[in-house]
Design a protein around this ligand. Structure first.
Ligand code: SF4
Ligand code: SF4
Length: 104
């Protein structure tokens, strides 16, 4: 389980570094986010949700029941748009209103 960071998209805001509970992400060369030990990531998706430019994707391998797709999240006010892009380029998005979560 791991994330992938697309350096050309990263704007160096540092939000992912702040939210990672394992302090696994740092700002590296050129002020871009970097994860030196991706094997330590346990897939909480906090950084994926926090990135404002969708520079971080969760790799959905077999250990996640996936087929090699990528999960990204786009925020729109209280809405979170979760998109899975498959290796063949097809994609599916579900939208969740964060006001509806954690109500139990
Ligand atoms: S998915 Fe969670 S554990 Fe993995 S790098 Fe992102 S914030 Fe850290
Ligand atoms: S949250 Fe996104 S844009 Fe900000 S430093 Fe991390 S990867 Fe780069």
């Amino acid at each position: 389980m791991s994330i992938e960071i697309t350096a050309v998209k990263c704007i160096g805001c540092g939000r992912c570094c702040s939210v990672c509970p394992g302090s696994l992400i740092r700002l590296g060369t050129g002020g871009k986010a970097d994860i030196p030990h991706p094997e330590r990531c346990w897939g909480c998706a906090s950084c994926v949700k926090e990135c404002p430019v969708q520079a971080i994707a969760m790799f959905l391998g077999k250990d996640m029941g996936g087929l090699g797709g990528r999960l990204t999240v786009r925020r729109e006010n209280t809405l979170l748009h979760w998109t899975v892009t498959n290796p063949d380029g097809s994609a599916k998005t579900i939208t969740v209103d964060s006001r509806d979560s954690n109500q139990y």
